[in-house]
Design a protein around this ligand. Structure first.
Ligand code: HEC
Length: 188
């Protein structure tokens, strides 16, 4: 009997879940996405004011700090991840994130605009429902200064990056490619 009931509940939950996902997506984006233009603007200003090497703290400290504040505000797990992380300790994706990042690359290759790529899903983690959201972070002009082809980088910047990130994988990108993603986990 219990099995039947469970099946019935699952069937009933189907359409309701789709609505939940849409509502959760809207709410999550509203809370989290304002961080993205803040970081990009801070980056552009810092590069203009202090030069590329002087702008490292924006991606290294300011972006993680803004994310941390959002984490405290919302109680959700929010991070930046990449298939080629510069800071592997913070930026290594889990399996679900690897799949979405790979899928973003496929979708971009098939013509979707990189800045529109996102994914929402309710998944089960340790038997508990968790809402997951991911938003692609495309490479714009300013990003190339620190994530473009290694041979094109400013020598002083390169030296600084090598010091902090001996395992850096985050170079060699072209404009419009996907640098990584903002990722959110919300226990339901
Ligand atoms: C001034 C140099 C600089 C510029 C310009 C820059 N970044 Fe970064 N980026 C870094 C550094 C340094 C890190 C490592 C941060 C850390 O230690 O967590 C990083 C890390 C990241 C990460 C986290 C994943 C990882 O690789 O560790 C993402 C995502 C990212 N950058 C995206 C961007 C995007 C998108 C732009 C353009 C809007 C950009 N960056 C511009 C220096 C830069």
């Amino acid at each position: 009997m219990n099995k039947l009931l469970a099946l019935l509940l699952t069937a009933l939950a189907g359409p309701a879940l789709a609505q939940d996902v849409a509502a959760l997506t809207v709410e999550t984006k509203k809370a989290v996405l304002p961080v993205v233009p803040k970081v990009v603007n801070a980056m552009q200003e810092a590069v203009a004011d202090k030069g590329v090497a002087g702008a490292i703290p924006v991606c290294k400290e300011q972006a993680p700090e803004l994310i941390k504040v959002k984490r405290q505000e919302t109680g959700w797990d929010i991070r930046r991840v990449s298939l080629k992380p510069r800071n592997a300790e913070r930026g290594t994706p889990d399996l679900w994130e690897v799949r979405q990042l790979a899928d973003f690359n496929v979708r971009a290759a098939l013509g979707e605009k990189p800045e529109t790529l996102e994914k929402s899903e309710v998944v089960s983690i340790d038997g508990k429902p968790v809402f997951r959201y991911m938003k692609a972070l495309p490479v714009g002009d300013v990003c190339l200064k620190c994530h473009g082809p290694a041979e094109s980088l400013d020598p002083a910047l390169k030296a600084k990056l090598a010091e902090s990130y001996p395992q850096d994988q985050a170079t060699g990108y072209a404009k419009g490619q996907i640098r990584g993603a903002l990722t959110v986990k919300r226990p339901l």
